[in-house]
Ligand binder design. Structure first.
Ligand code: ARG
Length: 461
C-alpha cells in the first residue's frame, strides 16, 4: 500500500476512522526538509556499514535531492493516505528511485528516533530565528532609551507613584528579561546538541551504523547516551516551549504598560498610526491592538506549554503515540512569536514618548519622600525616626494640599527640628535620580554603564 510503513502482519488496511485520527501530515509537514537531511545522512551511514553500494548511495542521494526540490517547490505534497511526514516522504522517494532501492533506506532506523531528531533540528533553527526577532525588540527598546535619555518618569510600585526613575532605566528593565530569554535559548541549545538518530525504536540498532556520522551531518556535536531517553524524552521540547512562553510573558508585561501609557489619563505615549487600529463605529478611536494581542497571545503560549507538560506527565517509557502531540503546541508557539515579535518591535520603535507629561507627573504622589528620609539619615537621624518625620511631613502637605517643597520654613520646623529649609535641595526629580548612583541604580551615569553591559551581553551570545 502506497505510503504505509507497516501492514505485513495485518489482514486489512486501517479503518477510515483510525486513519483520520492517526494522520499528522497536516501539522508535521514542516519537518519534511529535516527528514530528507536525516535520510541523506542515514544513507551514508548505511553505505559506510556496507548496506548500500557506492552506486546505490549515489542514486539514493540523487533521489533525495530531487525529492527535496519537489518538497521545497510544493510539487510534492502529502497524499490523503499518508500517515505522517516520514511515510509520505518514503512514498515520494520510492516514486523516484523505485521500490527496490527506496525500500532499503529504512533499515536500522525507526520513526521514533527520526522524529525525535528532526524536531530537535527544527527547534534549533527556530531558536535562532526567534532570537533574531528578540534582538530586534531589544534594539527598539534601547533606541527609545537613547532617544529619550534624559526623560524622567514616575516609577511605580503597586501601580502607585513610588520614586522618580529614568525612562531609559525603565525601558532597560524590560530588556533584561529578553536578554535572559536569549541566554536561555543558548543554554537550551547545549542540551539539544545531542542526536537521537540511531536509537531506533527504543533499544538501538543491530546493524553497526555509526550514529556519530549521522549526528555530525545533522549539525549535532554528539549522540545521545541512551536510546530510550533519545526516543522517549521530550523535556527539551517542553523547555523550548517554556522559553517561548516566557518571551510571551515578557512582552505581555510591557504590553500592559503600553496600553496604560496610551490612555488619556496617563498620556505618556502616542502610537504610530501604522501600528494602531481604528474602531468600526467610533471614528475617533485609535487602539493599541498590537499590545493587546501580545497580552492575549501570552495566554496561548502558556497554554501550549501546559498542554505539552500535561501530555508528558505519567507517560511510561519508551515511545508512546501520545508523543506525537508534542508538535502542534510548540509549532504554534513558534508561529505565534514569528508573527507577534516583528509587529511588537515596530510598535515600540515608532512610539512617541511624551516626556514633558512624564516629568510633570514624576514628583506627584510625594514621590520624593524617600529622598527626604535619606537626607535626614545623612544628618545622622536614625532611619526609623527619619521615616516617621517624613511621614508627618507628607501628612501635613496632604492636609494643606501642598507639594513637599511648598511647605514653608516655619511648618517644617514645627514638624521636626531636623527639617531645616535646605531639605529643599533634595526636592527635585533630577536630583533624586542623580543621587541613586549605587550599582544598578537609576542615576544617569549608572544607566549609561548599564546600557554598555547590556549591549555586550547581547553581543556575547
Ligand atoms: N508521527 C509520529 C510522531 O510524531 C512518529 C511515528 C511513530 N509512530 C509509531 N507508531 N511508532 O511521534
Amino acid at each position: 500500500k502506497a505510503g504505509a510503513l507497516w501492514g505485513g502482519r495485518f489482514a486489512g488496511g486501517p479503518s477510515p476512522e483510525l486513519a483520520k485520527l492517526s494522520k499528522s501530515t497536516q501539522f508535521d509537514w514542516p519537518l519534511a526538509p529535516y527528514d530528507i537531511r536525516g535520510s541523506r545522512a542515514h544513507a551514508r551511514a548505511l553505505a559506510a556499514a556496507g548496506y548500500l553500494t557506492g552506486e546505490e548511495l549515489t542514486a539514493m542521494v540523487a533521489g533525495l535531492d530531487e525529492l527535496a526540490d519537489a518538497v521545497a517547490s510544493g510539487r510534492f505534497q502529502p497524499a490523503e493516505t499518508d500517515e505522517d511526514v516520514h511515510s509520505s516522504l518514503e512514498r515520494g522517494l520510492i516514486d523516484i528511485v523505485g521500490v527496490e532501492l527506496g525500500g532499503k533506506l529504512r533499515a536500522g532506523r525507526s520513526r521514533n528516533d527520526q522524529v525525535a531528531t528532526l524536531v530537535r533540528m527544527l527547534l534549533r533553527d527556530k531558536a535562532v530565528t526567534i532570537s533574531t526577532h528578540v534582538i530586534d525588540l531589544i534594539d527598539a527598546l534601547a533606541s527609545q532609551a537613547e532617544a529619550n535619555e534624559h526623560a524622567i518618569m514616575p516609577g511605580r510600585t503597586h501601580l502607585q507613584h513610588a520614586q522618580p526613575v529614568l525612562l531609559a532605566h525603565h525601558l532597560f528593565a524590560h530588556c533584561w528579561p529578553l536578554v535572559r530569554d536569549l541566554e536561555r535559548f543558548t543554554d537550551w541549545n547545549k542540551r539539544a546538541d545531542f542526536s537521537p538518530y540511531g536509537s531506533g525504536a527504543l533499544a538501538g540498532n543491530t546493524l553497526g551504523l555509526d550514529a556519530r556520522l549521522v549526528a555530525a551531518a545533522l549539525g549535532f556535536s554528539a549522540v545521545v547516551e541512551n536510546s530510550i531517553d533519545g526516543t522517549a524524552s521530550r523535556d527539551l521540547v517542553a523547555e523550548f516551549a517554556f522559553i517561548t512562553a516566557q518571551i510571551g510573558i515578557d512582552l505581555s508585561r510591557l504590553a500592559e504598560e503600553i496600553i496604560l501609557w496610551n490612555t488619556r489619563e496617563f498620556g505618556f505615549v502616542t502610537l504610530d498610526d501604522g501600528y494602531s487600529t481604528g474602531s468600526s463605529i467610533m471614528p475617533q478611536k485609535k487602539n493599541p491592538d498590537i499590545a493587546e494581542l501580545a497580552r492575549g497571545k501570552s495566554g496561548r503560549l502558556i497554554g501550549n506549554l501546559t498542554g505539552l507538560l500535561t501530555t508528558l506527565k505519567g507517560l511510561p517509557l519508551a515511545y508512546n503515540r501520545d508523543l506525537q502531540e508534542d508538535k502542534e503546541p510548540v509549532f504554534d508557539s513558534i508561529e505565534t512569536l514569528e508573527v507577534l515579535l516583528p509587529a511588537f518591535s515596530g510598535m515600540i520603535a515608532t512610539l512617541t514618548f511624551h516626556t514633558d507629561r512624564m516629568a510633570e507627573l514624576a514628583p506627584a504622589g510625594f514621590s520624593l519622600a524617600t529622598d527626604v528620609a535619606e537626607w535626614l539619615v545623612k544628618r545622622h537621624v536614625s532611619f526609623r525616626d527619619a521615616h516617621e518625620i517624613t511621614g508627618s511631613l507628607v501628612k501635613f502637605a496632604e492636609q494643606h494640599d501642598l507639594d513637599l517643597h511648598e511647605v514653608d520654613d516655619a511648618s517644617l520646623q514645627t514638624i521636626s527640628a531636623h527639617l531645616t529649609p535646605d531639605v529643599r535641595e533634595v526636592l527635585s526629580i533630577q536630583g533624586s535620580v542623580d543621587r541613586r548612583d549605587g550599582q544598578a541604580g537609576t542615576a544617569p551615569v549608572r544607566v549609561a554603564e548599564q546600557r554598555a553591559v547590556l549591549v555586550a551581553r547581547v553581543r556575547a551570545l
